[in-house]
Write a protein that binds this ligand. Structure first.
Ligand SMILES: [Zn+2]
Length: 183
C-alpha cells in the first residue's frame, strides 16, 4: 500500500488509548517507518547505480519490513512514552498493519507478488500471499477512502487531525473548518 494509506491507518490506531500528541505521533510514524528502507535509492543515485541493482533493490521492503524492526520501534516507544505499555503495544500493532497492508495489496504491475522477509536477518524465508492485489487496485483505493472518512470523523468528534504532528495551529484551523461544515 502507499505511504498515505499506511499513515492514515496508523493515525486511526493512534486514537485507541488515551495517548498524548507525542505518543499518537509515535504510533502513526510506526505505520510509515518501514518504507524508510527505500532511502537506499538516494545512495544509488549518488553512486550512479541503477536502483534495481543497488541498495534500493537489495534492501527496500526488506531491512525495515520485519519482526525485529517492529520490536525496535516498540522498544523506542516504550522508552519515550508516558503510557509505556499502551503506546508500545499500539506502535507494534501499527507497524504490523503496515506489513499486513503490503502483504495483501502491494503486487507490482503484471502481477509480480511482493514477499515479506518477516524473520530477517535471522532467516531469509519469504512469506507470500497468493491472493495479493496490485498497489493501485480498487481495494487499496477503498481502504484509503474509508480511512479518510474515519479521519474526518475523528477531526469532528475529537478535534484533531494528523496535522497536529506538524502544526497545532494548522490542525486547529482544519478542525474548525470541518466542524463548521459537518454535523
Ligand atoms: Zn512497506
Amino acid at each position: 500500500m502507499n505511504p498515505i494509506t499506511h499513515g492514515l491507518l496508523g493515525w486511526t490506531v493512534a486514537q485507541a488509548g488515551d495517548l498524548s500528541r507525542r505518543e499518537r505521533a509515535m504510533v502513526t510514524l510506526a505505520a510509515v517507518a518501514p518504507d524508510l528502507d527505500g532511502m537506499g535509492i538516494l545512495l544509488d543515485f549518488a553512486a550512479g547505480r541503477h536502483p534495481s541493482v543497488g541498495a534500493y533493490g537489495a534492501y527496500h521492503h526488506v531491512i525495515a519490513h520485519n519482526l525485529a524492526a517492529g520490536c525496535v520501534l516498540a522498544l523506542l516507544a516504550f522508552a519515550l512514552a508516558r503510557r509505556r505499555w499502551v503506546c508500545a503495544g499500539l506502535t507494534f500493532l501499527s507497524f504490523h498493519l503496515h506489513l499486513l497492508g503490503d502483504l495483501v495489496g502491494s503486487a507490482g504491475p503484471g502481477g509480480s507478488l511482493w514477499s515479506l522477509t518477516y524473520l530477517y536477518p535471522f532467516s531469509p524465508h519469504r512469506f507470500v500471499w497468493e491472493g495479493q492485489w496490485e498497489l493501485n487496485a480498487l481495494p487499496n483505493v477503498l481502504v484509503t477512502v474509508v480511512l479518510l472518512a474515519v479521519c474526518i470523523a475523528i477531526a469532528v468528534r475529537r478535534g484533531r487531525t494528523p496535522l497536529e504532528m506538524l502544526s497545532p495551529r494548522a490542525d486547529a484551523a482544519v478542525v474548525s473548518a470541518l466542524r463548521a461544515r459537518l454535523p
